[in-house]
Design a protein around this ligand. Structure first.
Ligand SMILES: [Zn+2]
Length: 655
């Protein structure tokens, strides 16, 4: 052990002035093709004092040159740690630091001289110091020590460089360049260190003054740097067996019982995702309890301790992180503009898990709640509860949100659910399997997903993704009810662009409606309606109509106005409108003719009224408080001189 430490100690280099460079490394939200391809990282790290976050490290980077370079430059990232030496071909090289730590582009470079395509270099970097957390206001990415656990979170929420593996190992820290990873950790004998891949060795070395534990891991599958990690603590290992794949959870002994319970359905989760997609692509499924939340490091997931302690066996978060092993880890976005290719899918897999456990009802309930959560809480721009606002999923604005806004999780999830409803299960899941197989162990962009999905389907996937992923907003609907002698004509129009022209108009919008048709038959229909053309159909009575309901799908739609034409003995008819819909605490009624006094009732599906009032003549509008009504479907009945107008109303909980 002593000799190992001696080998790591070396000289701190003075940094040279800035070097000229033709083009720099890719920023987090861009992809610049580099002339090199990192093949492998070999990291040896001594972590003998966990609370201090001190590391003495050595990283050997194997790089292939893929283009001739008269003056080859290799850029790498490393933050807060001191570079002691960089040696290539037995020569110690000068390191140039580019930019300030506050820059997203902050990195180091070494000049290697002429290199031809096909040549390789082995770059040995010795370094040491105190590992830190992400810069900025976030306290998530980078290296943390809490509750006896030292661990590395591969991305940050607020850091402008996103990928945070540079807080513990030198690397070309961009998702586009994946490599294999071999790690060796030296730790106190009671501290287990978990990392990516398969465990190669876990042994106690006799040393002076004390023994040292050596743990070696090998991730032999290409891995994005943001998915590399290590977790060190006096853990016990909960072995969950080898069927369908080897599964372990690292836990402090005190949390073992609750953690075992929380992960009791993990084999079912793996089986479900293998059936839906393709066989699990790595050596093991690993989780380690850590304090600050969950992160899908390849084969060694940092997992929110509070969820493990809860003993919740449904554990949708475990499914979410497991799903990332396919979406994000096996197939990695080429850069972070495409982060939805990981988060939307992992979030959607939570709904697939609910579908598995609780059937179609459980699936629809989860999809519906995510749609409402997105439209009425997450996308709220102003006022009480203002949150992220409205923006496109692709290349979202990081300055006003974070590297991982909720929009890409929740809206993206429902966008996938709607696409499944449009394409049908067979074409949708076959397309996703094609995407995973074609880009396995590599990178993909949003257009790669479109190409893989756009096979054997009548859906125009290109337009769909353009509208829902590159465009912003959701569908706002005006519903007009036109009572006739024997049935009521329903006319639904997309009006979101009437309200805000920067929003998208949807050419393929699935809308699940239930109603009693004019012949008296119960219908549960998915209409696909398009652009400015209204959707029209007949129902026996307006009260039987439920929009975005039924047994097939939940969509990102909001009924903003319901208009009914009141008819009766009066020779004239007039419009009554209701908004918002869905509503939570109140709805506003408006009418074009205020010359008569009306009565207003809010009636539930069982016929019980939860609100009754008089709407005096002379008032064109009226505010109806609905806080006293439980959430659910209602009919607002307005009676005027024997004439009846009915408007469907959905009440949701206030978020
Ligand atoms: Zn996720």
């Amino acid at each position: 052990m002593r000799s190992h430490l001696a080998a790591l100690a070396s000289i701190v280099l003075a940094l040279a002035p800035s070097m000229l460079r033709a083009q720099g490394p890719s920023l987090p939200t861009e992809f610049i093709q580099q002339p090199f391809d990192v093949q492998r990282y070999d990291v040896a790290a001594y972590v003998n004092d966990l609370p201090s976050k001190f590391m003495l490290g050595q990283c050997v980077i194997t790089v292939n040159w893929i283009a001739d370079q008269p003056n080859a430059v290799f850029p790498f990232h490393l933050r807060s740690l001191t570079i002691d030496s960089v040696v290539v071909r037995k020569t110690q090289l000068t390191v140039t630091t580019i930019g300030k730590p506050s820059d997203a582009s902050y990195h180091h470079e070494i000049g290697l001289g002429a290199r031809n395509a096909g040549q390789a270099d082995t770059i040995r970097i010795h370094y040491h110091g105190t590992m830190t957390q992400e810069l900025g206001t976030g306290q998530w990415g980078g290296v943390q020590y809490q509750d006896s656990v030292l661990y590395a979170m591969g991305v940050g929420f607020q850091n402008n460089y996103v990928s945070a593996t540079q807080h513990w190992m030198p690397c070309y820290d961009h998702p586009s360049d994946k490599a294999t990873l071999h790690t060796t950790f030296f730790s106190p004998v009671n501290v287990r260190v978990a990392s990516n891949g398969a465990l190669q060795r876990d042994t106690i070395l006799k040393g002076t003054p004390s023994n040292v534990r050596m743990t070696q891991w090998e991730e032999s599958h290409d891995c994005a740097t943001y998915l590399m990690t290590f977790v060190a603590a006096p853990y016990t290992i909960l072995d969950l067996g080898t069927e369908p794949v080897p599964m372990q959870v690292y836990s402090l002994r005190r949390d073992s019982a609750a953690t075992s319970k929380s992960f009791s359905l993990l084999p079912d989760m793996v089986t479900l995702l293998q059936q839906r997609f393709i066989p699990y692509p790595f050596d093991k499924v690993g989780y380690a309890n850590t304090t600050r939340g969950s992160m899908e490091h390849q084969t060694m997931i940092c997992f929110a301790l509070s969820i493990s302690q809860s003993g919740d066996t449904v554990n949708a978060t475990a499914t979410h992180e497991l799903a990332h092993q396919w979406f994000g880890d096996l197939v990695t976005p080429i850069d972070f503009r495409h982060a939805w290719l990981t988060e939307s899918f992992a979030t959607y897999c939570e709904s697939l898990w609910h579908e598995h456990l609780f059937g179609n009802t459980g699936y629809l309930k989860m999809e519906g709640s995510k749609a409402n959560d997105y439209m009425f809480r997450i996308a709220k721009t102003s006022g009480i509860g203002a949150h992220e606002g409205v923006f496109a999923i692709y290349d979202f604005p990081r300055a006003t949100t974070s590297n991982y806004p909720e929009t890409i999780y929740k809206k993206g999830d429902v966008v996938l659910g709607m696409l499944r409803a449009l394409m049908g299960d067979e074409a949708f899941f076959a397309g996703l399997r094609r995407y995973l197989n074609e880009h396995a162990y590599g990178n993909a962009s949003t257009s790669d997903l479109v190409t893989a999905l756009d096979v054997n389907t009548s859906v125009d996937v290109t337009s769909y993704i353009t509208e829902w992923i590159y465009g912003k907003g959701w569908a706002k609907l005006r519903v007009e009810l036109q009572p006739g002698p024997t049935s009521t004509r329903i006319r639904i129009t997309q009006v979101q662009r009437d309200l805000d022209t920067s929003w998208t108009l949807y050419s393929q919008l699935p809308l699940n409606c239930t109603y009693t048709d004019a012949s008296g038959a119960q219908r549960d229909t998915v209409f696909v309606f398009s652009g400015t053309s209204p959707l029209e159909f007949d129902v026996a009575s307006a009260a039987s109509l439920k929009i975005n309901d039924g047994s097939h799908c939940r969509s990102l739609v909001q009924v903003v106005q319901t208009t009914s034409v009141a008819v009766g003995p009066s020779p004239t008819s007039y419009d009554i409108a209701l908004a918002p819909n869905p509503a939570s605490t109140h709805v506003k009624l408006t009418r074009t003719d205020a010359t008569h006094t009306s009565t207003v009732d809010v009636v539930d599906v069982g016929g019980a009224s939860c609100y009754h009032a008089t709407w005096e003549a002379g008032s064109a509008s009226m505010l109806v408080p609905t806080s006293a009504c439980a959430h659910g479907a209602y009919t607002v009945a307005i009676r005027t001189d024997g004439r009846l107008a009915t408007l469907p109303l959905l009440l949701t909980p206030s978020w």
